[in-house]
Design a protein around this ligand. Structure first.
Ligand SMILES: *Cc1c(COP(=O)(O)O)cnc(C)c1O
Length: 388
């Protein structure tokens, strides 16, 4: 590419650590091996019918064919505010404290453009969803990585953040229930985050993509439930995992009015909002009976139980996850994450090596429960046959 040089912001992107596993996956597939993909966190189950029906009707209505409002339809924002009150007991002002998003990734990726100047710091967990760091880079900022360690329940140790980094920090990203570790946070942790944010003038960005995915009646809390959270925080939600709507691209953010306004200004200069028919389907999803979410979680519970037992019988060490559709499994002695993933791939079982989410993920691998039970059982058989 002689004449076309990529911008610095693309050249600053971290190396793509899944390249080798992708190459190996293609090679194994070319050999005709049947592949069971436990790598990707993308629900295999369909979007519930009542949501699709709402979309069909809304798609036929010409009023929805024009540009939507940048910050989202009022009906959508009111539906979100009602849901927040009912689900978390948190009051939000729909027209000032809610914005609709083209998936929560869109909002997370755009937020640093509103609040990070070159040289500013984002506090970013590791291992983590990669967007927190890359979005910080795109805004010219730097990440200070907060390791999520098993001995701390995969919560960041805020006392370990150097004073100087805390002072330079403008944003802190957190994500509970967590991808990739499946860890959960309680109100005590959220309270310490609020105190830290107030002390250091940091905007907290809580990625809450998995709050509706608790097992056995466990209901993960919202960061906004913490006293004072709305003074310092914005929370990102997604309809993707809750309603099997990853392909639809709809989510929303709730929280501090200035944070929402800043994000809204960025969005109004980049995108033009969410297709109204999709927002109407989203309203249906949020307002309708939530039985479909419970049914989903029953399916994931059966899958989780099968997989936890299967992996333990195969000699792996793991905690039973309380939420999300992920399992974060320790790699047995004598292997790196990459070596283990590679051995499993030889048998056609794809898992994600933990170091791909950040260096402290070394020693673990992630399984996504987005396959039917017979496929999971088959994966367990193949893993057992390896006799690691
Ligand atoms: C899936 C996922 C998202 C993105 O969800 P979309 O709303 O589909 O963009 C955000 N954060 C985490 C941690 C995720 O796993």
């Amino acid at each position: 590419m002689g004449f076309l040089e990529q911008a610095e912001r693309l050249r600053r992107l971290p190396p793509y650590l899944f390249k080798e596993i992708d190459r190996q996956k293609a090679e194994v597939r070319d050999r005709g091996v049947d592949i069971i993909d436990l790598g990707v966190g993308d629900p295999d189950l369909p979007t519930p019918t009542h949501i699709i029906e709402a979309m069909k009707v809304a798609a036929e209505d010409a009023a929805n064919h024009q540009y939507p409002s940048y910050s989202g339809m009022n009906d959508f924002k009111y539906a979100v505010a009602e849901w927040y009150e009912e689900r978390f007991g948190v009051e939000v002002e729909p027209e000032k404290e809610v914005v609709s998003l083209i998936g929560s990734k869109e909002g997370i990726a755009h937020l640093p453009l509103a609040f990070i100047n070159p040289g500013d710091v984002s506090l970013v967990p590791t291992p983590a969803y990669p967007v927190y760091h890359t979005a910080t880079l795109f805004a010219g900022g730097e990440s200070y990585f907060m390791p999520l360690l098993e001995e701390n329940g995969f919560l960041p140790d805020l006392d370990a953040i150097p004073e100087e980094k805390a002072r330079k920090a403008k944003l802190m990203f957190i994500n509970y229930p967590n991808n990739p570790t499946a860890a959960v946070a309680d109100q005590v942790f959220f309270n310490t985050v609020v105190a830290f944010a107030k002390k250091n003038g940091v905007l907290v960005c809580h990625d809450a993509a998995y709050t509706e995915m608790g097992f056995n009646g466990y209901r993960p809390p919202s960061f906004m439930e913490a006293e004072g959270a709305k003074d310092v925080g914005i929370e990102f939600h997604s309809l993707s995992k809750t309603y099997n709507m990853t392909g639809w691209r709809i989510g929303f953010a709730v929280g501090n009015e200035d944070a929402i306004a800043g994000l809204g200004t960025i969005k109004s200069n980049i995108d033009s909002g969410v297709f109204q028919a999709i927002q109407i389907a989203g309203i249906k999803a949020i307002r309708a009976d939530q039985a479909c979410v419970g049914e989903n979680m029953e399916i994931y519970t059966r899958r989780r139980n099968l997989m936890v037992e299967g992996l333990r019988n195969a000699g792996f060490a793991l905690d039973e996850p309380k939420a999300t559709f992920y399992m974060w499994v320790r790699v047995p002695e004598g292997f790196t994450s990459a070596q283990l993933a590679s051995r499993l791939l030889e048998k056609g079982v794809v898992v994600t090596p933990g170091n791909g989410f950040g260096e402290p993920g070394e020693g673990y691998f992630r399984i996504a429960l987005c396959q039917k039970r017979d496929r999971l059982a088959e994966a367990i058989d193949r893993i057992k046959a390896l006799a690691l």
